[in-house]
Design a protein around this ligand. Structure first.
Ligand SMILES: Cc1cc2nc3c(=O)[nH]c(=O)nc-3n(C[C@H](O)[C@H](O)[C@H](O)COP(=O)(O)OP(=O)(O)OC[C@H]3O[C@@H](n4cnc5c(N)ncnc54)[C@H](O)[C@@H]3O)c2cc1C
Length: 414
């Protein structure tokens, strides 16, 4: 089949790989000069397969009201006079209900675990180098209440088959000695041994190069998509800055921009841009081997070769990816709190829009139009879930039985 993938972030590129590997003739269209130039450019680097707690959960709900008035809060959800935001925000609040959050944890673990299997497969097949480290992730907590909450979530996830371990402060320091110098009190940690980390941008660009050589995949960068066009109830072609492109099947992986191209087709995709920030610092000597997540500040710390990446926080500011210095200052302070010896003066600052759904899980598979599929809406976990989402998408396009259940992962759930 001739398949055209719209969007060359980590999700579009892994989708292209999964389909090209199965013998399809794939074209990947990306407006940036290279692949992975937007949300998949400088993220936290964590392959956090075990992270199955959605942002929308009962624990975060009361905090949102407090954070609403703090410009440097870990999550700033401010009502904007904009229908899409109001609708998304209300859905997010409803999804904070305990039963819903538990259900979404199961879905996130399902796609997370599958993604780990599929990622290991890609690594074995391609032998790509992308500063990969499979040393796990440790989440640290700077209040007893947060640690207690994490232990409850850990029990829920254990019942789903996800093995994580609660650690005392001493055990945290033994596991990741770089944390011993932290200038903030740590009450405990949760270690996820099956998790890993790596550079999403290098991985995506290298996977693109691999596909080009191995499968002859047609990767069109610097090509902007203007519209998706229909004839007789099917997508006939897309209009781009380089002319019209036809295919038998189309996949939309446009990240945060997905709803903008789907809306003219009459399809509402509940994705809203959630801005996040990162710092990349030449501080390899201090960077952790086990990737670290500071639960309180919602910032992660990852070693990428000789660099340290600090990334996180969430801000709802519409389609505006400009760097807000108040938000980056919060990340600089986060680094100082956990790694006081690290100088962030020359850190590279970056901001981008995560494609976030109001419940947490991504949207994979049918769009409602027979020859148009979706693989999008991965929010804070796109790097983690890319490999599994791509394999699932390929099964759905080929009408094969899927390796994991699809409930809670499709557009039809809304
Ligand atoms: C600060 C931060 C930290 C993060 N940390 C982690 C982490 O540690 N682990 C994790 O798993 N995830 C993390 N994420 C989330 C992860 O980066 C995203 O979920 C993932 O990159 C989304 O990939 P995507 O391919 O859907 O979107 P994108 O990478 O944004 O790709 C979409 C592509 O579509 C292209 N496009 C859009 N419109 C058009 C058009 N009209 N024509 C042509 N092309 C178009 C864009 O140029 C873009 O390249 C983080 C995100 C941020 C912002």
């Amino acid at each position: 089949m001739k398949i055209c993938i719209l969007g060359g972030g980590v999700i579009g590129t892994t989708s292209a790989y999964a389909l090209a590997k199965r013998g399809h003739e794939v074209t990947l269209v990306e407006r940036g000069a290279t692949l992975a130039g937007e949300c998949s450019f400088a993220n936290g680097g964590q392959l956090s397969y075990s992270h199955a707690e959605p942002w929308a959960n009962p624990y975060v709900f009361p905090k949102i009201l407090k954070w609403m008035w703090m410009n440097d809060a870990p999550l700033v959800l401010r009502p904007r006079a904009e229908m899409a935001m109001i609708r998304w925000g209300l859905q997010f609040m409803i999804n904070c209900l305990p039963a819903r959050a538990d259900r979404h944890s199961e879905v996130l673990w399902r796609i997370g675990k599958y993604s780990r299997d599929k990622m290991l497969e890609i690594i074995a097949e391609t032998q790509l180098s992308f500063d990969y480290l499979d040393k796990g992730i440790v989440r640290v907590f700077s209040s007893q209440a947060a640690f207690d909450h994490a232990c409850r979530q850990l029990e829920l996830q254990r019942n789903l088959g996800c093995q994580e371990n609660a650690l005392s402060v001493e055990e945290v320091f033994r596991l990741e000695p770089s944390l011993q110098h932290a200038d903030t009190k740590i009450y405990g940690g949760v270690h996820s041994p099956i998790d890993a980390s790596g550079d999403v941008n290098t991985f995506t660009c290298e996977l693109g190069n691999y596909m080009r050589k191995k499968f002859g995949t047609d990767i069109k960068t610097g090509v902007s998509i203007d519209s998706i066009n229909m004839r007789n109830g099917r997508v006939s072609h897309i209009t781009t800055s380089a002319g019209d492109l036809t295919a038998d099947h189309f996949v939309v992986s446009l990240g945060a921009y997905t709803p903008l191209l789907m809306k003219p087709l009459g399809i509402h995709v509940p994705i809203y841009p959630m801005k996040g920030y990162s710092l990349t610092i030449d501080a390899g000597e201090y960077a952790p081997m086990v990737s670290v997540a500071d639960d309180n500040r919602k910032i992660v710390y990852t070693r990428l070769g000789n660099r340290m990446r600090a990334a996180g926080t969430a801000e709802f500011a519409g389609y505006n990816d400009k760097i807000n210095p108040v938000r980056t200052a919060a990340i600089h302070r986060g680094v100082k709190a956990l790694y006081p010896k690290v100088d962030t003066t020359h850190a590279k600052e970056w901001a981008c829009l995560r494609p976030s759904t109001p419940d947490g899980p991504p949207i994979i598979g049918p769009s409602g139009i027979a020859n148009l599929s979706l693989n999008t809406g991965h929010g804070t976990l796109g790097w983690t879930q890319a490999a599994g989402s791509a394999a699932l998408l390929a099964d759905l396009i080929e009408h094969r039985p899927t390796a994991i259940a699809t409930d809670g992962l499709m557009l039809a759930r809304y």
